[in-house]
Design a protein around this ligand. Structure first.
Ligand SMILES: NC(=O)c1ccc[n+]([C@@H]2O[C@H](COP(=O)([O-])OP(=O)(O)OC[C@H]3O[C@@H](n4cnc5c(N)ncnc54)[C@H](OP(=O)(O)O)[C@@H]3O)[C@@H](O)[C@H]2O)c1
Length: 359
């Protein structure tokens, strides 16, 4: 067999990684995967990525375009082909049957149910090579998926807009528009990349947000509201979007009214913790990623329990000199100690800072 030159392999893997980013939140519980079928000279014959759950995995999506016939061709795929019957047949078998002679894989499958695709292919005479140098990028694209597999918890991103001096609103009890248009479009992209979005009762009552994806094409995340008392403005727009509400209130009248509106109210133990709600979101509602959009009290609750994986802070140049601070003294201390800067980028006149939890 002729060797694939490194430059071609690099290109095919980069292409497969890019394809994997086209998968949406609807692929879950499947990971986001990209696959490229190519000949020895590096000519791309077909490509695909994971479709909505129940649809084709990346390998099948690419093979479908060749009529599941790819004799003597190569495949670059970002995750080890699955080896089990789920909603669809095993990709390992489809790859073998199509006649693919060589498979290049960026990352090993960790899901015990789907493992051993590479071993199956090797046993049946297909050459398999792991390209570990691309494993990190696959992990990053699938960080929500892998957190779910490893910890049975959703990935938590906190997104917040602040003034240069760290306030999320100018005056207590009021909404302040902080960032410019590019930052707002960016936030809609963030929303569409997460399965759910959370706010506290304060934000519901003051901002009356919809929390939908409007500035770009994408799926709306499932709204989640935290309110111990259920003192929610019953006319709030978000209540018409069938939110999940975490409360400790036993007030029947309120519970019935919210139920009639279509809200899924979870009445928790009096001393419940954020982690209990995250277990429910992951286990019962099958949510693997949650974007927390505020306000300060809710963010403080998530932060103090160590549940936040990533902060995305959009900082404007404006100085407020007062208002609702993003962090209180203890929160600021926890934040400084546990998070490190991963990326910094200008979005027109605003600054985006992405910080990750230090492992
Ligand atoms: N700049 C931004 O990015 C941004 C984003 C969002 C909001 N805001 C601003 O922030 C302000 C509101 O902030 P806020 O801190 O007052 O409101 P908030 O955090 O949205 O809501 C506070 C309420 O959320 C509930 N809550 C918080 N932690 C909870 C927990 N662990 N368990 C259960 N319920 C919990 C409580 O409701 P109960 O009282 O019912 O128990 C609490 O009173 C508004 O002015 C809004 O405009 C700014």
């Amino acid at each position: 067999m002729t060797e694939i030159n490194n430059e071609i392999l690099q290109k095919m893997m980069e292409r497969a990684l890019w394809l994997s980013t086209l998968s949406t939140t609807k692929t879950y519980p499947n990971p986001k995967v990209g696959a490229v079928i190519f000949d020895d000279s590096g000519k791309i014959v077909s490509e695909g990525f994971t479709q909505e759950y129940g649809g084709d995995h990346a390998e099948a999506s690419a093979l479908r375009k060749t009529g599941f016939a790819a004799n003597g061709l190569n495949m670059a795929v970002t995750l080890e082909p699955c080896n089990h019957f789920g909603k669809t047949p095993p990709c390992s078998e489809a790859v073998l049957k199509a006649g693919i002679k060589r498979v290049f894989i960026a990352k090993r499958e960790e899901n015990p149910k789907a493992q051993n695709g590479a071993a199956f292919l090797t046993e049946h005479g297909v050459e398999v090579r792991f390209c570990e140098e691309f494993a990190g990028k696959t992990e990053e694209i699938n960080r929500f998926f892998f957190k779910g597999i490893r910890e049975n918890l959703p990935w938590i991103t906190v997104k917040t807009a602040t003034s240069a001096d760290g306030f999320i609103t100018k005056k207590i009890g009021e909404k302040t528009l902080i960032t410019g248009d590019p930052a707002q479009i960016y936030v809609h992209g963030l929303r569409s990349s997460h399965m759910a979005i959370a706010v506290g009762a304060g934000t519901v009552n003051i901002d009356d947000p919809l929390l939908t994806v409007r500035r770009i094409q994408g799926f709306d995340p499932q709204p989640v509201i935290f309110s111990k008392t259920l003192n929610l403005d019953i006319n709030s727009k978000i209540l018409k979007r069938d939110p999940i509400i975490f409360t400790v209130s036993g007030e029947q009248e309120k519970l019935e009214t919210l139920g009639e509106l279509g809200c899924k109210v979870e009445v928790m133990e009096k001393d419940f913790r954020i982690i209990d709600t995250l277990r429910l979101l992951f286990g019962k509602y099958r949510i693997n990623s949650l974007l927390v959009e505020g306000g300060a009290k809710l963010i403080g609750s998530f932060l103090s329990e160590g549940t936040v994986d990533e902060f995305q802070i959009l900082r404007s140049k404006a100085v407020f000199g007062g208002g609702v601070a993003l962090f209180d003294t203890i929160g600021l201390e926890i934040f400084k100690r546990n998070y490190e800067l991963k990326e910094k980028r200008e979005l027109d006149c605003d600054l985006l800072e992405i910080l990750r939890k230090i492992k």
